[in-house]
Structure formats: C-alpha cells, structure tokens
Design a protein around this ligand. Structure first.
Ligand SMILES: Nc1ncnc2c1ncn2[C@@H]1O[C@H](COP(=O)(O)OP(=O)(O)OP(=O)(O)O)[C@@H](O)[C@H]1O
Ligand SMILES: [Mg+2]
Length: 384
C-alpha cells in the first residue's frame, strides 16, 4: 500500500466518523426540537384561560342559546369539532366569546335517590284525628283519580294534578299526604323546599327534573313538596344570583307540574305554613289548584287526636276528659301528641305505669309554656 493509499483510507475513516457524528447530532437536535415544541405546547396550554361550563337551552344549526351559571343567556356559535349538541347538555365555552368549544360529558343522572326520602308509608286514615273534610277532599282529588281513572274518563273531566295543603305547623299536613300515599299504594317522594334551595346550590333545577323523572318511573307516586314557600315565594327582586337560582328551580318545578295531566299516576302535594307568601303561579289552574286548609283541630278533632295518642297508654280512672279537652283548645295535633308523651313521662318519673289526671294537667302546662317560649323566640327573630 502506498503512502497515498494510506492517507486516502485515513481520510475516508475520518469522514465516516464525522458523518456518523453528524447523524447522531441531527437525531439529538430532532429530539431537542421535539421537547421544545412539547414544552411550548404545555406552556400554551397552561396559559389558556379556563373554559366555562354552562347549559345549552336551545340549538339552531351551528348556533346555540346557552345559559351561564349566573343565569344570563347568550346566542353563540358552536365549534365545528363539536357534534351532536342538544338542549339540556352541559358544554364548555370560551370565556371571551362564549362560543361552545366542547361538549362536557357528565354522568347522565346523578343519584337523585340519595337525596330524597322515598318510602311506602304505612299510615292509615284512622291514625289522623279530625280533619274529616280534608280527608274527604283528598280522597276525591288524589285517591279517586289514582284508583279509578276510568270514572273520570267516562264522565269526561280532568281531576287536579296537585293540591296545596296549608295551615299552621303540626296540624297533620304531612300525615294526610302519607295516608293518601298508603291508601293508593303509591311511592312517597318527599322533598323539602328549603333544602332544595340551600343544599343543592346550582343543582336545584336539575334535581327537580330528576325527581319528577323518578316519580314517573316509580309511579303511582306522590311527590310531596314540604315548605314549598321556600321555593315558590313571590319574589319582588330577583337581583342576586342566589335568588335567580331559586327562581330557576321554581320555574323548573312549574314546568314539571305542567308536564302532567290530572289522570297521570303522579300526584303532587305541596305544603306550606305561609300560603300568603306563595307566588300565585304555583296555584294557577292546572297546577296545585286545589287548596286545602288544614287548621288547628276543633273540639271533635282534639278528642280524636287525644284518643289516637293515648291508644296504647294506661289511663287512670280519675281523668276529667272534658276539662282536658278544654285546656287543649288552642293546641295543634303535634302539641296534643307532645302532651300525651309528657304526661307519660311524669308517670315514669313517679314510678307508675298508669298516667293520671295530674300528669296530663302538668303536661299541658309544660307544652303550653314551651309553645310560649318558642313563639317569643320567633317574635324576637322577626322583630327583635
Ligand atoms: N290530626 C292529627 N291526628 C293525629 N296526630 C296528629 C294530627 N296532627 C298532627 N299530629 C301529630 O303531630 C305530628 C306532626 O304532624 P304533621 O307532621 O302532619 O304536621 P304538619 O302539619 O305537617 O306540620 P308542619 O307544617 O310543621 O310540617 C304527627 O306525627 C302526629 O303525631
Ligand atoms: Mg309537615
């Protein structure tokens, strides 16, 4: 091999090393570029403003009416990558232009049963003292249509969809609703207006929707809305977002009630101590349009309620019932029950199984005293 040849070979070797070094460097360069671009993407992603969640009210081709969490509604564009958006969907929208960017997949229905009291009550009509007129009316407007819808069809009339029970606390409104659920073998679904408003902020309207869906599924059913005034109070000013939220829940409730007719096997019973506060919309014809007053018991009522709650007690022979009934005149059913319980306690404290006249007199005094303190507290709360 000549010196020239050797030089040539060395040079070729060197060139080869450089070339392979270069391809290594190129590869490294490529990897670094990729990392940079990934990091840039990350930075971009971290810099993007958050998307806002809202509800779709209506869809028109590529546009939608969305409702923001604060209640305002906007007509916006739907991004082309978003397909199949329907009213009622939850979507993510750009904060600046509010255009719909993506559909948000929520669990289709959250477990509404967890939040409700659902039961099959076993209470019978004869566990309710007095209130004969009220019982009859409820039998006519709730029980009969559920049991004999054919009658109404033949006569050609539509019974009420719902009723409103109103009256002072502790007079048996809840009892009446439970008794009719029992006598019609219905599922009893209880919601409390104030809870719906306070516990489920932002979810009230959705919850109402789910509740009625459930009521249909479990029909025949009675939807019992206690303290309906918390939801359906007349609002003078719906300025704050909290009030708007309540208003929305209320609107949803009205929409659900409107979705039934009197012959459906779901009946709605609203309950309130403050009928004066109610928005007239809720008692409009076709809604809770049968108003049933549940007052404090009359004489006959007092006697019957007292008998119901002393049914399982051993009573001494010395009791002057007429006197007791007179003393209990301005008490509610719940108060009368409390009197019986308290009287029994006096007997227990005296190591007796039998409850006597004195026990009852002391019990009435105690319950009346507690009532006065309670009323005093409420007065102070309102005006103090
Ligand atoms: N007419 C009645 N007959 C028998 N018991 C009664 C009667 N009214 C009330 N009571 C007793 O008082 C308790 C409370 O009654 P209920 O829950 O029906 O009152 P309400 O009218 O729904 O009161 P609120 O308006 O405070 O919800 C009952 O569990 C029952 O023991
Ligand atoms: Mg009640």
């Amino acid at each position: 091999m000549t010196a020239n040849d050797r030089n040539m070979k060395d040079l070729t070797n060197i060139m080869f090393t450089y070339t392979s070094d270069m391809s290594d460097l190129e590869e490294e360069n490529r990897l670094l570029k990729e990392t940079i671009s990934q990091l840039k993407n990350d930075v971009d992603r971290l810099k993007t403003p958050p998307l806002m969640m809202c509800e779709v009210k209506d869809v028109y081709n590529n546009n939608a009416v969305i409702r923001l969490p604060n209640g305002n509604q906007f007509f916006v564009f739907i991004s082309q990558s978003c397909t199949r958006i329907n009213p009622g969907d939850t979507v993510l929208v750009d904060q600046k232009n509010l255009n719909v960017v993506r559909k948000f997949k929520t669990a289709k229905s959250f477990n509404v049963e967890k939040f409700l009291i659902i039961e099959r009550p076993t209470l019978s009509w004869n566990e309710i003292g007095g209130l004969d007129m009220q019982k009859n009316e409820i039998k006519e407007v709730v029980e009969l249509p559920l049991k004999r819808p054919d009658l109404f069809k033949k006569v050609g009339i539509n019974p009420p969809t719902g009723i409103l029970l109103y009256g002072p606390p502790g007079t048996g409104k809840t009892l009446l609703a439970k008794a009719v659920a029992n006598s019609t073998d219905s599922t009893f679904i209880e919601i409390v207006g104030s809870e719906l408003v306070q516990k489920f902020i932002g979810e009230g309207a959705k919850l109402v929707k789910e509740i009625f869906h459930l009521a249909r599924e479990k029909a025949p059913s009675i939807v019992f809305i206690d303290e309906i005034d918390a939801l359906a109070a007349r609002r003078i000013d719906v300025g704050t977002s909290g009030e708007r939220e309540v208003q929305r829940t209320f609107m949803q409730l009205l929409a659900e009630i409107d979705g039934f007719n009197g012959l459906d096997n779901v009946k709605i019973i609203g309950c309130t101590n403050r009928k004066d506060l109610l928005d007239p919309a809720v008692v409009r014809p076709g809604r809770l349009d049968r108003l049933i007053n549940v007052p404090l018991p009359d004489n006959q009522g007092i006697i019957e309620i007292f008998k119901i709650h002393t049914r399982n007690m051993r009573l001494a022979g010395d009791i002057d019932y007429e006197k007791l009934y007179k003393l209990m005149q301005d008490l509610s059913g719940a108060d009368i029950k409390a009197v019986c319980t308290e009287a029994g306690y006096f007997a227990i404290r005296n190591q007796r199984y039998e409850t006597n006249k004195k026990d009852f007199l002391k019990a009435i005094e105690k319950v009346k005293g507690q009532k006065k303190t309670q009323e005093g507290k409420e007065y102070l709360k309102m005006f103090g």
